[in-house]
Design a protein around this ligand. Sequence first.
Ligand code: ADP
Ligand code: ZN
Length: 813
Amino acid sequence: MDYVEVAVDAPVGPGRTFSYSVPPRMSLEPGQLVWVPFGRRTLQGVVMQLASAPQVEVTRDVLDAVEPAPVVSAPHLALGKWLSRYYLCSLFSALGLMLPPGFEGRVRSRISGRDHAEREADSRIEQLRPQSREALGQLDQKRHLEEKQFLKLLGRSGERELHRLVEKGLVDRRVDLNHPKISPKYQCYLFILEPLAAATLDSLPPRQKELVEAIRSENGTYPAALANKTFGNGLVRAVFAKGLLGMDWVRQEAAPEAVRPQELNPQRLDLTGEQQDALDRIVQILEDPKKTARSFLLHGVTGSGKTEVYLRAIQTVVNRGGQAIFMVPEIALTPQTLERVNARFPGRVAVLHSGLTARQKFDRWWEIRDGAYDVVVGPRSSLFAPLEQLGIIVIDEEHEWTYKQVESQPFYHARSAALELSRLTGATAVMGSATPDVETYYHAARGHHRLLELPRRIHSPDGDPGQDMAQVEVCDMRQELKDGNRSIFSRPLAGYMAERLRSGQQTILFLNRRGSAPIVQCRDCGYVATCSRCNVSLTHHSADGRLWCHRCNRKTRFPRHCRSCGGVHIRQLGIGTQKVVDAVSERFPDAVVDRWDADTNRGGTGTESGAGEIMRRLTSGETQVLVGTQMVAKGLDVPNVTLVGVILADVGLFLPDFRAGERNFSLLCQVAGRAGRGASPGKVVIQTYRPDHYAITAAASQDYGLLYRQEMQFRRQMGNPPFNRLVHMVWQDADPAVCQRAALAMARQLRHQASAQGLTDVQIIGPAPGTPSRLRGRHRWHLLVRGRGLHRFLEGVNPGPGCIIDVDPVHVL
Ligand code: ADP
Ligand code: ZN
C-alpha cells in the first residue's frame, strides 16, 4: 500500500478525498492525522484509507504524521463519511468533530531547536540557505518559537523549508494547545432550616428523622447527592416538602468530585411495573448476542421515572464491560441529572461541557480514549467521545433543538448522528422525552423505533398523594381586558400569587422574552425603533435604560426624540421579563423577586447574579417569586414551588415557522412541570389571547396525543416533515442585490432541474427575504427545498461560497 486517501482540511465537496503517496520510511494507518501539501499550503488531513493505486497520475508525498497512532477510530471514520454526505459538508469538517480537542481549527504549532553543539556538528547545516541558518540561530536563543514567527524568519517558501528542516530532524514541531479559560463549578449541600423544634423532629417517620440528624451532624456540608443516594430521592423530597431543609450551591475550584464509593449506601428503589417493562425491553436488546442496532423512544411525562430507566440500562451495559454516552441538551441546566449519574457510577463518569478549559478538554479526551470512564455525559458533542466499547447512547429530552448545531458547519443533529452511530457500532440508542419531537414519535409509531410509554408520575414512597400532574387553568386575557383589568396579571393569577406569598410557598412566572418592552414606538408618527444592523425592533431594558438589539447585542441610548418626525411622545409596547419583575414589585411590594434569563445567567452587571446564585436563592426558599425565560422551564426541581404562571403563552406562537406550535406546546408543558413537584399539589395558570389555539389547549390538558394528531394533520396537508425532507439555503451579503440575485439564480436552476428530471415531488419554496431580513448588517435571502430523495437531487449542486446549506433545518426563518 503505497498510497493513502486523505480528507484534507480544505473547503471541498462532501465525501471528497485526495490521493497522496507514502514515502518509503513512513507507515500510516486509517484514522491518522497527517500534514499534507495542498496547492501551495501545508494542511492537516485525516487518512481515510490505504490504497494500492491513486485516483490521479501525479501524487505528492504525505509530509508527516501529526500523531504516531490513529486518532480517529474506524466507526468514527465511517460516521464522518455519513455526516459529510448527509449534511453536505467537507469530510474534514465532519471528522473535526471527532478529533481530540485542540487539534481542530486553529492549531498552533511550536518549533523548537535541537541541541546547539549537536547541530553545529551536523554537516548538513552547511547545505541550508543562509536565511534558514540565521533562523536556526534565532531559535537557539529563544529555545522555541511559534510556527508563525519561525516561518517569518524563514522568509520566502517558508513552509516548504520548514518541512525540510523537520524531515532532517534539525527542528521539532509540536502541536500546542490554546490558552485555558477558568470556569466555576457548583456542588449542592443540604442544611437544616433552624430552629427545628424537637416536637417536629419527633413527629417524623424514623428514616426521615435519620436523614435530618445526619444532615445536622454535618453542619451544612452534607452533599445532596449523598442524601439522595443513601436515603432515596423521594424521601429527601418529602422532608424538603415539609420545609425543614435548605440547599446551598457552593462554587468549587476543581471539577466536581465524584462521590466516593465507600460513602455510598447502595440502597435501591424498586422500579414501578411500567419502568420495569420499559427496562426489560431495553435489556433484552442489550443482551442480544447479535448486537443488532436498536433504537427506543421512551415517552414519559416529567417525573415518570425516565432517568431511573436510563441509569439502570446504563448499569446493565457497564456491568457487561460496555460504555455509555448520556446526552443532555444543556449541561448548565441539568445539575440534578448530573449528580444522579455521578452518584450511580462514582468516579467512572466524564462530564464534558463548554466550561472546561482547553487543557481539561484535551486531557479528558485522552483519558476517555484510554478507557478511564464508563459513562460520558455531555451536550451534543459528547456523542463523538472516543469510547471503544460503546454499548448504549441515551438522548435525554430528545426533542430539544440544542441537539442541532446551528452556529457552524457541520449543521448536524446529534440525534440523527446518534442513530447512525448506533447502526455503525451496534450500540442501542434510547431517546427520551415528555414531549417527543413529533417526527420522532411518527417514526416510532411506524416501527422505526420501539415505543416505550411511562404515562404516570412516580408516587412518593411515603405514600403522599402529591406528584400528580399540576392543575392547569387557561386564562383568556381578552376577557380580562373586557372586564377592565389592564394589569399583566389576570385576576386568578394575582389571587394565587397572593395566597402563595401568605403561605410561604414559591411561584415561578414564565415569559419567553427578555427586557422590559420589545417595542419602542413614536406615538405621533408610529415609527418603531429598529437596530441599524438588523431588521428587528429594539427592546427597552429598564436595568440600564437603553435599547438592546436581541440579535446582535448592540445597545443604544433611549431616544428622546423620534428619529423619524422628531416628536417627543415615545411609548413602550409589550412586555419582557424585566417588566414582569417590576409589575410584581409594584403589586406585592414586600415580595422577594428574582429574575433568571440570558441577561442574569452570566451574572452580567453588578446587581445581577449568575445562575448558581439564583438557584441557591430559589432552593433555599429565599426567593418568593422567580421570573424567567426558558431557563426556568428546564430541569428546575424545587418542591416548594406550587404555582407557575405563564404571563403570555402567545409569544412565538405566530412566527413564520411550521414548528412554532409544537415548540410552544413543549415549552408550556415543561414550564407546567415545574409546579407541584413536592407534596403540595401544584397549580399552573396559562394567560393567553388565543385560548383556542391547539398548542395551548393541548398544553393545558398536558395531552401529547392531541398535539400530535393536530400536527400530523397540518404536516401532511403542507407536506412538511416527517412527510418530506427539507433543505434550507441562506445567502447573506452586505449588498441586498447580491444575495437576492444568487438566491433567484439558484431557485431557477433547481426548478429547471426538477422539471428536467420529471420530479413532481420536489418543491422549491422561495426565494424570499429571511426573518429578520437583515442581520448584523448583512441582508438575508433564503429558499427551502422540500421533497423526498433530496440528497440525490442536490448532488453536484454547488450554490457557491456565499450560501449556507442546512439539511433538516430546525429553524426555517
Ligand atoms: P423523569 O426523568 O421522567 O423526569 P425521574 O427518573 O427523575 O423522572 O424520577 C422522578 C423522581 O422519582 C426522582 O426523584 C426519582 O428518584 C424518583 N423515582 C424514580 N423511580 C422511582 C421508583 N421506582 N420509586 C420511587 N421513586 C422513584
Ligand atoms: Zn442588531
